[in-house]
Design a protein around this ligand. Structure first.
Ligand SMILES: NC(=O)c1ccc[n+]([C@@H]2O[C@H](COP(=O)([O-])OP(=O)(O)OC[C@H]3O[C@@H](n4cnc5c(N)ncnc54)[C@H](O)[C@@H]3O)[C@@H](O)[C@H]2O)c1
Length: 344
């Protein structure tokens, strides 16, 4: 296959690029490097079958020359500090960006995969969350820029299927972690690991009784590839159904790192979901997919990766800031660029 991976320089995208290349597929990675890192693609540069294009998928129509078999859209800020810092860019990526991605897939008659999120369920009042649960999202809250962007992305993806019969698939990804995350990205697993390795207090929001399920990246990427190569439309939940409280996660991280960092409690941010656990029955049945790597093993591998990067870990400032809801001084509405990335 020749696959266009949008957001391929990010955490999940770069793992997906690596897995596809290892399987003998060709990859065109398009990324604006807003939250991704060029270094994530360094291992692929110069490899036959890999191309990198620096471009914003929201800026204008996308054009890729040559055959394209599949388009995987992972391009969006994903960690809360990132989308609070870039609210309009996040909405643009999920809306205009997803439309451009769908148009690209349609031009090539390619399969389209949308990386949606468990955040479409908001603060769920159904537990665990099956795909036919419609969610409980505050459309004007600080998280809405991400949640609603993804809900729109799902809606426009289904509209392309209904109106034009396009071959599309939607996966709803639950918290995923692993090597390749930015130490300062502000997600709970990276925050705990960097804080534990730096000997800083582990930041717990609320009393730590809120739950999450954490999927190791290799398991998740196996699910993405299974969906990409299937004919299923979804949406399908992809995540690890083992549920942990945030406090339990903190304790496992302390155990795996051998750290004696204390726990430090901070107020719960607005609209923080209290419970999250995927019902993965559909993915099991339709893709034959389920996670295989335990939290202890996944965290061990992740901690090992972070330990090998002491300077980056030391530079990761402890993150205790909540969402920014006041206007940022000097903040400007980003003006769309109209250039279309063209590949030869
Ligand atoms: N990691 C998770 O736990 C998780 C959970 C649910 C959903 N997801 C989804 O998976 C996808 C990847 O997440 P991630 O964890 O790898 O995040 P990430 O921030 O590491 O990667 C996102 C990538 O998209 C790029 N990007 C953002 N906006 C763009 C734009 N307008 N044009 C081009 N590139 C753009 C970024 O530079 C980055 O490389 C996202 O769509 C996210 O919503 C991830």
């Amino acid at each position: 296959m020749r696959v266009v991976v949008l957001g391929g320089a990010g955490f999940l995208g770069s793992h997906l690029c690596g897995t596809l290349l290892a399987a003998g597929d060709e990859v065109v990675c398009i990324d604006n490097l807003s939250t991704g890192r060029r270094t994530n693609t360094t291992p692929f540069l110069g490899r036959p079958g890999f191309e990198f294009v620096h471009a914003d998928i929201a800026a204008g129509p996308l054009c890729v020359r040559g055959a394209v078999d599949a388009v995987a859209n992972l391009a969006s800020p994903a960690s809360p500090p990132d989308y609070h810092r870039m609210p309009l860019e996040t909405l643009a990526a999920g809306s205009r960006g997803t439309e451009h991605a769908l148009q690209l897939a349609a031009q090539h008659g390619a399969r389209f995969l949308l990386a949606s999120t468990s955040e479409v369920y908001g603060d769920p009042d159904v537990h665990p969350q099956p795909e036919d649960y419609w969610g409980n999202v505050n459309s004007v809250g600080p998280r809405s820029v991400y949640d609603e962007a993804k809900r729109y992305a799902e809606a426009v993806t289904m509209a392309y299927r209904r109106q034009f019969g396009d071959d599309v698939g939607i996966v709803r990804i639950f918290n995923t972690y692993g090597p390749g995350m930015r130490p300062e990205d502000g997600r709970v697993v990276t925050s705990f690991i960097t804080q534990a390795l730096n000997g800083d207090p582990l930041t717990i929001y609320g009393d730590g009784s809120q739950t999450r399920s954490f999927c190791y990246v290799d398991d998740l990427v196996r699910g993405l590839v299974a969906m990409l190569t299937s004919t299923e439309t979804g949406p399908l939940n992809l995540g690890n159904p083992v549920e942990w409280t945030v406090l339990e996660l903190a304790r496992i991280v302390l155990e795996v790192t051998g750290s004696t960092s204390p726990l430090e409690f901070h107020p719960l941010p607005q609209d923080d979901p209290t419970r999250r656990r995927p019902d993965i029955g559909r993915a099991r049945r339709l893709l034959g997919w389920q996670p295989e790597i335990s939290a202890h093993e996944g965290l061990r591998r992740t901690v090992e990766w972070f330990r090998a990067r002491p300077a980056e870990v030391a530079a990761a400032a402890p993150s205790v800031a909540g969402p920014q809801v006041e206007p940022r001084p000097g903040a400007r509405i980003p003006s769309p660029r109209r250039s279309a990335p063209v590949l030869s």
